[in-house]
Design a protein around this ligand. Sequence first.
Ligand code: 13P
Length: 246
Amino acid sequence: MIAANWKMHKTTSETREYITEFLPLVKDVSDVEIVLAPPFTSLAIAAKFLKGSNVKLAAQDVYWEEKGAFTGEISPLMLKDVECSYVIIGHSERRQYFGETDQTVNRKIKAALKAGLGVILCIGETLQERESNRTFEVLKRQITEGLKDINTDALVVAYEPVWAIGTGKTATPEQAQEAHQFIRTELKAIFGNEADNIRILYGGSVKPDNIASLMVKDDVDGALVGGASLKPDSFSAIVKFQGGDS
Ligand code: 13P
């Protein structure tokens, strides 16, 4: 899976222009699940323009209640209604700026799965946590608490070291593999050997020129791309990292 997280970028008309340009560039790609996660306001128009294509739609967040007096929130059913296949949950920016915790992440994952949405769970350590040798401890906590009482492996996990997001400082392929391998082991402790089927994406300054060296690693099963996904040509180059069209 290679997924674009647009964060707070693009109006509806910019979304339409992007998709019109992007789809022909990736039309022959069949061995990568391609996902776009625009902001909420662009989901409906994105769904309309992606219809019948090989690109799926994701939202960037969701609330855990089905409906009610929760001003400003969006329910899993509303995301299904605009044809989202996936929802990103627990992005570090939500943890850092909007009070997301492992407990709220857990509630959101349960609600999303119940509604039939695929979940892309984001985890990752800060620079301070890495420098104080707490990377594994943080990842373990985010996995065990985020996935508490969840008994399906219909999940995607994105490892996004906070220090690599938007900084141009990509994790080395070795650092990514080390973290992904650890994540796989923790997932196995929860889901058994089924965890081999869970895709673990890397995110953090992924670019057309570093994607191939990351994807070659055993436990790197895809990427979650921010800045470099905002232009159709650079995102399509990432999707087609093997150099071919398929
Ligand atoms: P950048 O690719 O801009 O570093 O962002 C990564 C990210 O946060 C994707 O969710």
